[in-house]
Structure formats: C-alpha cells, structure tokens
Design a protein around this ligand. Structure first.
Ligand SMILES: *Cc1c(COP(=O)(O)O)cnc(C)c1O
Length: 378
C-alpha cells in the first residue's frame, strides 16, 4: 500500500455498523478501574488516553519502514503536549550529570537554550558544531547523545544522517533527529539509523496553524519505556481534543506536503531569477551545497526556504507589500507565511534574512504576489 492510502486508512479509528466513522475525543481524568490496575487498559489520563492511542498508532505507522540492511521495523510513537515537551523527554530521560550531548550550533534555538540554561547547569556537557559539512561527527568521542537537525532551521543546512548514525553507533552514542521540518513522510530518521525521531507536530504534520503537539518515535522497546515513564512523571500530556484534531489533520498530510513542497521548490527557483534575493537556501535547489545528500535521504525537500534581502528595511517592505505572505513565525501550514527572522534574536542571521514557509495556494498567485513585493524594494 502507498503512503497516502496507508495514512488515510490509519486515521479511521472505528468501523461499527450504524456508528460514526470517527469517534470523537475521549475526555477523561480517571477511568473506571475495577479489580487490579492491570485489569483495565486505561487507568488515569496523565499516563494514557484512547485518543492518544489512535494518534500514536497512526504516527507509529508513518515512522515505520526499512533499515539500510533491509530489515523491516515497526516504530512506536508517543505524543506530547508540544514539540518542546517531546525534545525535553529525550533530554530528560537519557542525559545524566557528566553525560555529553553533541548538538548542532544552529539547532532550533529553544532546544539549544533549554540545554544551555538547565541541563548544562545540572552537569550535562554540551558540544556544538554546525549541521553543514557533518561537523558534529568530529565531536562524538565519549558522548551519550547526538542531536541532529536536517534540514536545520532557519539556515536549511543538511547533514548526512546515515553517516552520522553509523559513526555515532560505532562510538556507543545514541542518535536523535529533530525531524520537524520534513515530517516522517518527507524523511524517515529511524530508517536512516536514528534511535529517536523527534518532532514538533505543531508545524507541517498537522498543518493548520492551530495545534500545539509533538511526538517521539522509536524502534527500541527499552527506549520507549524510558520516554513513556518520563511523560507520565512530568505530565507533558496532550489534551484529547488536540489529539483528535491532529488525527484528523494528518489524513491530509500527503496532499498538503506534496503541494507545499512543490510550491517551495517553484518559489525557490523563482527567487534565484531575482537580483533582490541573495543566497536562496532550499535543499531542493541543485545549487544547494547539501542537495545531493538531501536527495538521498529525503522524499520531500520540505515547505521551508530562506533568502536574504538587502537589509532590515527591505525585508520589512517586502513582507508588508506582499498580500499573500502572512507575516507570522512557525511554518508548515496551508497558508504561506514569511518573517524577518532577525526580529526574534536567537539565530545568527542577517537583518534582511527572510524565512518563508510555502503553503498550499495556487503557485501562480504566490509568484505574482512575491514579484510585485520584490519590485517594491528595488
Ligand atoms: C517548532 C519547533 C520545535 C518546538 O515545537 P513546539 O511544538 O513549538 O514546542 C522543535 N524543533 C523544531 C525544529 C521546531 O521547528
């Protein structure tokens, strides 16, 4: 069965004659638990919820695949209240004082700050190198966890995930990939050898700019138990309504991702013809330094691209003059968005740096709109 069919079928939870095709969310704190606690599948909603179970099955199926060795594996996914709760679960469940974590220096900045401000203060040692050029491979000696983000955000740098996983595993290092930008449909970290596939599903995975959630997927049952235990203890629990909306949203992921990635490619190609846009960064462009590796490890190059305009003022005019590019952070929604990235601090980017997320609109409209907004900054 092909992906689109599998994903859509996986979101149908119920087939009972005369009943709705989709049951609604299950709202619960305690469940009715006669007898021993192990006699009922659900006991208390901080630990488990049937709506999570349905979503986790669908995501677990998406994260399942085949290793380079040919071995077919089944992944398990655990859902969290946000992408950051999912990242925190991996850090918290795995890292102990004295452990070394190898982090991209350009990693998603909230994850980087969390490690610097809390985990480093509690004795975890951070080593950082850029995503580009597989620079993290040089820092693995004696480490506990390698954290990878490819494509990186917002610089769109690419690293070779298979090569880094091989090298890390030979050194006894666990590997986690923050796979938010491509989603498991665009890139399968576990198939490339990673131990954890971590994502914010607030972005392209659910795609409507109205949900906050994340997940961690794994092949190994011991790692699964550790992450599950962390979630139950810390209470990073996803609301059942969000879980249910997410289940509904991911049914259209194949449609949305196909359209938004095609739009991103067309926009990137268009921008390379415009002198106002310098250094257009999109892994789908053959001129991108990571293009060959991206083409090998990604099925879609993702909805996100960036480029640099002359300066802050030009970037402000561009965003204000475009009527179809909503000025907003985040990415992966059906609506095309753009932002002047430097306004957030956090990332080392030029004043005119624009991060853009292609939505699902008609590409002709987006390009006409961008063309007139670029004319305005000449
Ligand atoms: C947004 C994002 C996160 C954090 O996810 P939230 O759902 O906002 O908590 C983590 N990593 C990457 C790459 C992201 O883009």
């Amino acid at each position: 069965m092909r992906d689109a069919t599998k994903i859509i079928r996986s979101t149908l939870t119920h087939a009972v004659a005369g009943e709705p095709l989709n049951t609604g969310p299950v709202f619960a704190a305690p469940y009715h638990t006669p007898g021993d606690s192990s006699d009922t599948p659900y006991t208390y909603a901080r630990a488990h919820n049937p709506t999570w179970t349905a979503l986790e099955k669908a995501i677990g199926q998406m994260e399942s695949g085949q290793l380079a060795s040919g071995e077919v594996y089944t992944a398990s996914a655990l859902v969290f209240a946000s992408g950051m709760a999912a990242c925190t679960a991996v850090f918290g469940a795995i890292l102990r004082p004295g452990d070394v974590v190898v982090l991209p220096s350009n990693a998603y900045y909230t994850a980087r700050i969390l490690l610097q401000e809390y985990f480093a203060m509690m004795g975890v040692v951070l080593r950082m190198a850029p995503t580009a050029g597989n620079a993290q491979a040089e820092l693995l000696e004696g480490a506990r966890l390698l954290w990878i983000e490819s494509p990186s955000n917002p610089g769109m740098e690419i690293c070779d995930i298979t090569m880094l996983c091989d090298k890390a595993h030979r050194a006894g290092v666990l590997v986690a990939v923050d796979n938010t930008t491509p989603t498991p449909l665009g890139q399968l970290p576990l198939a490339l050898g990673a131990d954890f596939s971590v994502a914010s599903d607030s972005k392209a995975m659910t795609g409507h700019s109205d949900l906050l959630l994340g997940h961690v997927a794994m092949r190994n049952p011991e790692l699964l138990a550790k992450i599950d235990h962390w979630r139950t203890l810390t209470g990073a629990a996803l609301g059942p309504m969000e879980a249910w909306l997410a289940l509904r949203s991911i049914a259209t992921l194949p449609l949305r991702l196909e359209r938004s990635c095609e739009n991103a490619q067309r926009i990137a190609e268009f921008l390379t013809t415009r002198s106002e846009a310098k250094s257009v960064l999109y892994p789908g462009l053959p001129t991108h330094p990571g293009h060959d590796i991206a083409a090998k490890q990604m099925r879609y190059f993702g909805p996100v691209l960036s480029f640099v305009l002359r300066d802050k003022a030009a970037a402000e005019v561009f965003v204000a003059k475009s009527s179809l590019l909503t000025d907003a952070t985040s990415f992966g929604g059906v609506t095309t968005t753009a932002e002047r990235r430097a306004k957030w601090g956090g990332d080392a980017v030029a004043g005119g740096f624009i991060r853009m997320s292609a939505g699902c609109e008609a590409i002709e409209d987006l390009i006409e709109d961008m063309a007139q907004a670029l004319d305005a900054i000449r």
